[in-house]
Every structure is written in C-alpha cells, then in structure tokens.
Write a protein of this length. Structure first.
Lengths: 372, 592
C-alpha cells in the first residue's frame, strides 16, 4: 500500500471513526482502524463490535493495499502534524509496520493483519428510506436526554424508533425514557419506513450519530432490520446493532385525561427554575410549583441552607395545585423548547404531567412529579 | 425392611451425635450442669485434648444416691419444673447430656448431696450403668469422662488435633465464665494450668477473659426497654477486628451465636466500620424466660425471641447510645501502635537513627516538650508555634478540653494539638468529613424523605419467598422512601424510590434487600445505600488535605469533634486522631 493524502481530509475522517474505538480492549485488533486503499480513495473502518463506522476519503493511491494500525495513536499523530501537510502512508515489505512520512517527521506504527479485522456490516436490511439530516437530528435531539443508563433495564438504554398510524396518518416516532420521565418526538413517516419493526437504537450509537450529523445538510439514507440499523451520509456509513429487547408499552404512561391546562413563558420559567434551585442541595433537587389562576410560585426549601421563592405569571384554567418536580428534569425539558410558550397538562400532584412546546406538536414530554 | 423401634443405646448414640460433637461439647454440658447446681468453683481437667480424660469437679449442691441412678437415664432432669417449656431459667433442661455422654464414653459420677454424710458413685460404660456404690467426697459433684467416642469410632476420626480441641475447650470455658463472674473457674490441660479465673466482679471477669486492652477500648452498655435489659461492654469502632471472634453475646446467662443478634451488632456499627471489620463486644441480654425460646437448637447456640424486632431494636439503639457517649474517643491502641512503630524502627534502621540524632543536636531543645507536664500548667512552656499572639489567652481554655489546643499544622493535613498530659494528632480531612457526614445524617433523619415516583414502574422477578418477605416489609421500606408491592406471586413492582438514590440500579437494591431480610430479618442496605451517598457527598464537602488552616479554624475543628458523636473514626473506620500521652513520649526518649 502506498498512498498520499492531505492532512485535513484524513484528520476529519479519523476523528469520525476513532471515537467508536474503546480506550481499552481485550481483543487487540479492536483498538485498530482498518485502512483500505484502492481506486483513488482510502477507506477507514473502526468498530467496537456493536457499532461500526466506515468513511472513504479521496486520496492519491499509488499502490493498493490494506492494513490496520492503532486508531487513537494514528489520530493523535495526524492531529499534531502541521496544517496543510501532505502525508505519505506506506507499507513496506515488512507487513508488520506502517510508515507515515511528512516533512521531516516519520512514524512507523505496529500493524495487525487486515484479515483479522471483524466485519459487522453483512446482513440484509429489510427497510430502506431517506430522510433529511435535519429531521433525523430533531428526532434524536429531542429525545436522547431521557435515555436511561440503568443497566438492569437495558431495554431503556436507547431510543425506541417505530412507526404508528394516528388519524390515518403514517408517523415515524422516537421515544426514550429512564423511568422518571419520557420524551417523544415524531415526524410524518418517510416513504419506505412504513411497516418497519420497532427498534431500540443504543445510546452510544445515538451519541456518535449526533456528532456525525453536526455539519451535514443533505439527506441521510437509513436502512434497518430487526437487528441492525445503518445510516449512510455521503462518504460515511454507520452501522449499529440494536438493543435486543422489548420497549415497554410507553403509551400507557402518557396520561390522556389531564385537563388542567397551564401556559407559561418557556424562557422565564426555565430561568426561574434555575434560580430557585440554586438553594436545593445535591441530593433532593426538588422544586415546588404552586399554581393558581394567573400566577405560579416556584419554591425550594433546603433546611441546610435556606429557601427561595420566585413568582411568574401564567395562564391556568384549573383549581389551584401544589406539585413538586426534580428541577434538573424540568430544565432538561425546558432546554428542548425552541418557542416562547410551554404548555403543561396537569392532573394532580401525584400523577404524571404532560409538558409540550406550545407551537410544536411533534414533541411531547411526560414527567413524574416528586413527593416532597 | 420392617420398621422397628430403635434400642435405647442407639437412641442415646444418635442423640449424642447432636449434642456431643467434640470434647468441648462435653465440657460445655458438664460445666453448665455445675453452674446450674450452684457451684462456687468449677475445676476442669483435660488430658489429650479431651480424648482420654475430661474431669469436671464442682462444689455445688450435689446429688443423692437416688438422683444419681435416675440422672443417667434419658430425659431425666432436675431443672425443668414447668412442663410447658415456657419458663426456663437454667442452662440445661433437656435431660440429654449425661446419658448421651454415657453412651459414647466411660463415665463416672461421684456426688454428695449437701447435708448427706456420705457420697455415692455410679459408672456407665458404653451405655450400661453400674450399681450405685458408696464413695468418699465432700459436697459437690465430680464427673470423669474417659475415652470419649470410643464407642463411636467414626466421630473419633473427625476430631481435630489435640491442640485444636484443647483450644476449643478453653474458648468454651472462657465464654461461659464471662456470664458467671461469681464462680471461680480453672482449666488444666495435660498438667498445665490454662485458665485460672478467680471470683471477680463482672467487669473484672471481662478484663480477665477478653484482656485489659478490650476494657480500655470499650464503653459500658446499659440499656433497658420494658422487661428486656442489655448490659455489657462494646468495643470502640477503632478497636475493630478482622473476625467476629471477639463478639460474645449472652441471653439470660447463656452464650449464644445467634444470627439475628450478630446482625443487630453489625447494624449498630454499620456506620463506623469498613466492610470486613468486626466490632469486639461482650453483651448480656436479660429478658423474662417466657420472652425467649431456647429450645430451638440441640446445643442451644441459637435462640428465638418472642419479639425479635423489639430485641433487635434494643441492641441497635443500646449500642448506638453507648457509642454516642463515647463521642470522639478513638482507641488507645492507635496511640500505642504509633509509639511501638517508633520504637520498632530504631534498632532496625541505624542510618535513620543516626540522622535523627543529628537533628537532635542541631535543633534547640524545645523546652515545652523536654520538661514534664508540670511546666505546662504554668503556661510558659507553651511553644511559640501558634502564629498569633493574642491567641494565648484563649489557648488556656482550649488546654483543658479533651483534644487540647491546636499548636500547628504540618504536611498541610495534620493538626498537632497539645493537651494537659500529651499531644493529639488530627487528620483534618478524615475528621471534617466525619463531622459533615454526621450533620447530613442528622438532617436526613429530621427532614421527611423526598421520593421520586416512577413513571414506568419497575417489575423485578424474584422467588416467591423473597416476594412475600419484601411485601411484608413494605411498610418499613416505605418510610425510607422505597415503595413496592407484590406483583403476582413471583415478582415485585417498585413504584417509588428515594430521591437521594433515584438513579441507582433498583433491581440490585431490591435483591440485596430480599437477601438481608432472609439472613438478618431486617433490611438495612437501603439506609446503607443512602448513607453511602451522603458519605460520598461528605467527602467532597469537607476540608481537603493540603488546605492550610488558621489556628482558630483548627481549634474550632477540635471543639466540633468533641461535641459530635462518633467523630473518633472517619467514614471508613480509620481513626481521625491519635493521642500520645506525655508518658509515652517520655518513654520514647528513654526518660522513663
């Protein structure tokens, strides 16, 4: 293998793939990135056996070939090289080494045979569809904060992606919950996604995907089966295994009969919550909302340090109510809202509350109150 | 095979298998008999670890000739007057010991009833008893057990070495003797006097048996609730052991090894000891005989209480109260260990010693330390380490406090304080961490518990017995913030968790709770988990090592430690301070 490539292009691709690679591995080759040079491009592959990223970068390939080298080390080397350098990557007669030359620097990295590199990508994908990157981003962004990290309920450690029919309309819906709160985001179903199996996309995949989508504008091809999902973004392919489990019947926890409606200015509310919760200790974080008529009083009482109270105006159509929430959960949800007004649908202090962005019908949040 | 009735001899040998496990069990049964007979002195002689001879001689009320004949029959006893087994106030009552021993050895009993003018003797060999013959003896009873287990060779094979059996005999006697300080005990093994415990006060006997070190590092316990009373001594947390072999529990004078009671002790010390460390304690529980059932175990090592929760509560609160009185005390062994460490190093490291000598010559002799304590009283012996001069007035007041007046801080973590008769070294981080932790715990007990109800209740699958246990304990758990209920026969649904630990693995916690309910009858790990969170927060919220403290801050820390219960050890059971007596220091320098 002999390749010449511009540093910036290689660095970007390496940055994408190396973040999949775990820092510590029991199987040595999993620390490596697979480099395959052929037909004017170099292809980089990295995997942790659950998740695989492949990215192709155009390069001047003088001689085809393949090898694997430690991913984090290669990334660090390329990162530290001066901007604008041209790298020569060469595999000599000794197959156990890969040499990198640029300017006056030369590196020789220990290589492992490419044949040993695990292949994750094979397998049929039953459903294929295309959706704009912005839409995919929205589904993930609005829900990922509610993903659980609890290992025993592993089936909550991801975003549940599935299609539903509501009012004769086909919808693609993403749901995540950690048992305390639930986040739901939905979009009209893209062509080809109808009839897809309900799948749980693991947390790590979600986080990687969000990073990759950051500066992508074009459409994303999505392919999935009951056990795998694949996202194709122009030069880059991310394939992931899915969580093998059954997502709980989340629709049952979304209350239908909450009839007390409250409108509040999102920004004022979030700021007030943030301010009063300064008083609360690490351990509780409870903020109490006293809502009656035109006003809401937020209060925090911490016997160790004092108390705080703030009043904001709201419009509320129910009987006065006293209800407590974990302030961090409130802030998480308020942070999702892009518009000025939030709607709370309340029942009583012990029942789940629905919170929505008043002008955005695609998302919905359910939050369980605290007992304080 | 037809069903047939077992012969008396076989029945006795089977019973012996339960009651007489090893020579030490013979000693236990016979010494208990002697205690029940009102003896003032009990002498035990053992040869070859008890295989060839066990002899127990007492000066109790003895037995008449008729008594002797019937005593060796199965299920014959003088001790049980109430056939309902409700009021048992003697150590024995089953009437099994003598015939069981007789079935597997050559047994000779010689006894003279008080007031009789002659003694009698009876022999049993392999279950066959001889006629009662006249013999010579003062009032009391002697029992000789020779060739133990000769009739059951199988058991003989399972005996440990003579030495190991001897140790076991001694430990059983020690344990029994703790409960009866008014009886003198001796134990002679192969001609050597192994135990010699004269009549003593309860405390004196404890010191004799458990060592003076234990008594120096223990706090007295005396706690009463209704008709139950807990007395004894509890070791300081810093005087902990790697094993439970320094834990002695007595119920109505009977040594027991009861899981519930040891669990209660563990619970009482939960906050002060690391996992794997065990407190030393000698505890005597007295309750009306009808409040406890001792007839649940052939050797009566376990007992059952009519109100187990009540007893557990008493033990836990009694111990906690006693430890709280101990307040900031750390074990004296800590200080002594330090002195020993100094002394050990000297001969081993001559280079170090020489260098130390070099320092000594250069350094001007600090008068305060060099002269005996009398100088301190005058106040001019105070060294000039305290930075501010207006300190001196208040320093005088600090002097009389248990932890003394702060002199200086060294290595940015240790406070050196001077007391009337020594010095105290305080680990500032450990000490402050404990103070913060105690304050948080106090707040947790005072405030109501905030809970986070679950949006998606968690269903945990368990075995039906655990489910039932948890469901029965649901009310208790709910007061700690964990709301759960049975969900079908083999699963539990958790509906609310304490907000403090809202993010934890609920399934693990619930399984641990179920195990604890089974083994100790009380679910402690929920509170432990919450305490653990507090402890972690305390660690972050306290003065770290490396922080320079001003004299006022140091003195404040010392005063807070004196006022806070349990401040003598950090959250991991390590001491927060070490006290060196002036006499120890003088010893180090060869002045005394």
């Amino acid at each position: 293998m002999r390749v010449t490539i511009e540093r910036a292009a290689l660095l970007k691709a390496l940055n994408h793939v190396q973040s999949v690679v775990e820092r510590r591995n029991t199987i040595p080759i999993l620390s490596n990135v697979l480099l395959q040079a052929s037909a004017g491009a170099i292809k980089l592959t990295a995997t942790d056996l659950d998740l695989e990223i492949i990215e192709s970068v155009p390069a001047d390939v003088a001689q085809d070939g393949a090898t694997t080298v430690p991913a984090h080390m290669m990334y660090d080397i390329v990162r530290k090289l001066p901007d604008g350098s041209q790298l020569e990557i060469e595999q000599g007669p000794d197959e156990g080494r890969l040499a990198i030359f640029t300017g006056r620097s030369r590196f020789s990295l220990q290589a492992l045979p490419p044949e040993d590199f695990p292949d994750l990508a094979s397998g049929d994908l039953s459903h294929q569809f295309v959706m704009p990157a912005a839409q995919l981003k929205l589904l993930i962004d609005r829900t990922r904060f509610a993903i659980s990290t609890e290992e025993t309920r592993y089936y909550l450690n991801g975003i549940y992606l599935h299609d539903v029919t509501s009012d004769d309309e086909k919808i693609l819906r993403a749901v995540a919950t950690d048992g305390h709160r639930l986040a739901q985001a939905q979009l009209p179903c893209p062509d080809g996604a109808a009839g897809m199996p309900g799948i749980i996309v693991p947390r790590k995949t979600v986080l990687e995907l969000i990073k990759l989508l950051e500066d992508v504008e074009e459409d994303v091809e999505v392919g999935l089966s009951a056990s795998k999902i694949r996202f194709t973004l122009s030069q880059l392919v991310l394939t992931s295994k899915l969580i093998d489990g059954t997502f709980p019947d989340y629709e049952r926890v979304i209350p239908q009969g909450n009839d007390k409606n409250m409108q509040v200015d999102t920004r004022l509310f979030a700021q007030a919550v943030d301010r009063v919760s300064t008083i609360s200790s690490e351990k509780g974080r409870a903020v109490k909302l006293n809502i009656s008529g035109e006003r809401m009083v937020l209060s925090v009482n911490n016997p160790d340090s004092g108390s705080a109270e703030e009043e904001i105006s709201v419009s509320f159509d129910g009987e006065p109510i006293d209800i407590g929430f974990n302030s961090r959960y409130l802030l998480d949800i308020a942070g999702q809202f892009k518009n000025d007004e939030a709607t709370f649908l309340l029942a009583d202090p012990g029942s789940p509350t629905i919170i929505r962005d008043a002008e955005d019908s695609s998302t919905l949040y359910v939050l369980m109150p605290m007992r304080v | 095979m037809r069903i047939r009735r077992l012969s008396e001899g076989t029945v006795n040998r089977i019973a012996a298998g339960e009651v007489i496990e090893r020579p030490a069990s013979v000693v236990k049964e016979l010494v208990e008999n002697a205690v029940d007979a009102g003896a003032k002195s009990i002498d035990v002689t053992v040869l070859a670890g008890g295989r060839s001879l066990i002899q127990v001689v007492d000066d109790g009320h003895g037995m008449t000739a008729d008594d002797l004949r019937i005593a060796v029959e199965r299920h014959a006893t003088s001790k049980l007057t109430d056939d309902d087994l409700v009021r048992i106030d003697t150590l024995g009552f089953r009437g099994e010991a003598l015939p069981s021993i007789g079935a597997i050895s050559r047994l000779t009993i010689t006894s003279r009833w008080q007031g009789d003018d002659e003694a009698h003797e009876i022999r049993i060999e392999g279950g066959r008893q001889s006629h009662v013959r006249p013999a010579a003896r003062v009032t009391g009873t002697s029992i000789d057990v020779r060739d133990l287990f000769h009739a059951v060779p199988a058991r003989l094979k399972f005996l440990k070495s003579e030495r190991a059996e001897m140790i076991e005999v001694a430990s059983i006697m020690r344990r029994l003797s703790m409960a009866y300080p008014a009886i003198a005990f001796t134990l002679t093994g192969d001609g050597r006097r192994i135990l010699d415990l004269p009549i003593n006060s309860a405390q004196g006997r404890l010191a004799d048996v458990m060592g003076k070190e234990f008594m120096d590092n223990a706090v007295p316990v005396d706690h009463r609730r209704d008709t139950i009373r807990l007395e004894g001594h509890a070791g300081l947390p810093t005087f902990s052991r790697g094993q439970t072999n320094m834990q002695f529990v007595f119920v109505n004078g009977r040594p027991v090894r009861d899981k519930q009671l040891t669990g209660a002790i563990r619970g009482a010390y939960a906050d002060f000891l690391m996992r794997g460390r065990h407190p030393a304690a000698a505890l005597f529980l007295t309750c009306p005989p009808d409040g406890v059932d001792v007839n649940v175990h052939p050797t009566k090592a376990e007992v059952r209480f009519r109100n187990a929760q009540h007893v557990r509560g008493l033990v836990v609160s009694g111990l906690r109260a006693a430890l709280a009185v101990a307040g900031h005390r750390a074990s004296s062994t800590v200080g002594r260990d330090t002195v020993d460490a100094f002394r050990r190093h000297r001969p081993m490291r001559p280079v170090f010693a020489e260098r130390a000598a070099g320092y000594a010559m250069q350094a001007p002799t600090p008068s305060g330390f060099a002269e005996p304590a009398a100088e301190f009283a005058g106040g001019d012996g105070i060294s000039a380490d305290v930075q501010t001069t207006d300190e001196t007035a208040t320093t005088e007041d600090h002097f009389d406090k248990p932890l003394g007046a702060a002199r200086t801080q060294f290595h940015e973590n240790y406070i050196l304080a001077q007391t009337r008769d020594g010095i105290v070294i305080v680990d500032q981080h450990a000490a402050h961490e404990r103070l913060v932790y105690e304050r948080m715990k106090e707040a947790r007990a005072r405030d109501s518990i905030a809970t986070q109800p679950l949006l998606v209740p968690e269903v945990i699958e368990l075995d039906p017995v655990s489910v039932e246990r948890l469901a029965a304990a649901a009310e208790d758990l709910a007061t700690s913030g964990l709301v759960l209920e049975a969900f079908g026969p083999a699963s539990i649904v958790v509906r609310e968790v304490p907000a403090l630990i809202a993010g934890i693995e609920i399934a693990d916690l619930v399984k641990n709770l179920a195990d604890e309910l089974e083994s100790v009858g009380q679910a402690t790990s929920l509170d432990e988990r919450m305490d653990h969170v507090l402890a972690t927060m305390a660690c972050y919220g306290s003065v770290r090592s490396g922080r320079r403290l001003k004299p006022d801050e140091m003195n404040q820390l010392l005063r807070d430690m004196e006022a806070t219960p349990h401040s003598g050890q950090c959250n991991h059971g390590r001491p927060t301070y070490v006290e060196l007596k002036l006499s120890d220091i003088e010893r180090l320098f060869g002045r005394k």
